[in-house]
Design a protein around this ligand. Structure first.
Ligand SMILES: *Cc1c(COP(=O)(O)O)cnc(C)c1O
Length: 236
């Protein structure tokens, strides 16, 4: 099932990329495995999937210690600064940087573990007060701030637009993220180390996101099926 879903998804990604004149190679699939068991990840691994996305740091750490370097792990949840050490030990990329405090906490542990970490800044393009991420007008100062911490490699921006059943409604938000990234590039705050990553698009709207320039798409249900409910005794 997972094998088949991945195959169809990759086919669809290639198709959308080609029809929007993009190279399918520049679009990476992050398989969002939150709340799915290791067995599901193993199945995806067998089907050639390498990058996985997790929202809860404890769960991410457990999965990483089981699968080690067979996977690359992207953290896509809300990261508390007291979990920064685990994030540094566990993650290949943190996509959800949204405040100076988490930047300082990550950097401290990166120094003591002698590591570097790829990061994205999460932007709340919908300016929804219930969602995390910086507002677009706050992005510039956070990017400037991150640029002073040499162990964080700032790769681009990430967003999660307000949910709408109609994927077309997400298009303006994807456009806004891309245009913000372009402005930041002109100011010299992004793209210094090559290509700019735009993490946008999920199971129901990834095709629109690809048309609008996504380089990372984060997909859970279309690969693994419906997610098991949140467990009651989660500690993070
Ligand atoms: C859960 C999650 C996804 C995946 O959502 P699906 O609708 O299952 O594809 C993507 N991004 C983030 C930040 C998530 O929390």
């Amino acid at each position: 099932m997972i094998h088949q879903n991945l195959r169809e998804l990759r086919e669809s990604i290639n198709q959308v990329a080609r029809s929007s004149n993009r190279d399918p190679e520049e679009i990476q699939l992050v398989a969002v495995s939150k709340r799915f068991p290791l067995a599901a990840m193993e199945e995806a691994l067998k089907a050639g999937q390498m990058i996985f996305g997790e929202n809860y740091i404890q769960e991410a750490a457990e999965k990483k210690s089981a699968l080690l370097d067979r996977i690359r792990l992207h953290f896509i949840g809300n990261l508390q600064s007291n979990k920064a050490k685990i994030a540094v030990e566990t993650c290949d990329m943190v996509e959800t940087i949204d405040r100076p405090k988490i930047v300082r906490a990550l950097h401290k542990h990166l120094v003591s573990q002698d590591r570097h970490l790829d990061v994205l800044v999460q932007v709340n393009v919908g300016q929804d007060s219930h969602k995390s991420g910086v507002y677009p007008h706050e992005a510039e100062s956070l990017l400037m701030y991150i640029n002073d911490f040499p162990r964080l490699r700032l790769r681009g921006l990430m967003t999660m637009p307000p949910y709408t059943p109609d994927p077309e409604m997400a298009r303006p938000y994807f456009k806004a993220l891309r245009s913000l990234a372009e402005q930041m590039k002109v100011k010299g705050l992004l793209g210094k180390s090559g290509k700019i990553e735009l993490s946008m698009g999920m199971s129901h709207d990834y095709h629109v996101a690809i048309e609008e320039g996504a380089t990372l798409i984060r997909i859970g249900t279309a690969i693994f099926g419906e997610r098991p409910p949140l467990s009651q005794n989660r500690k993070d």
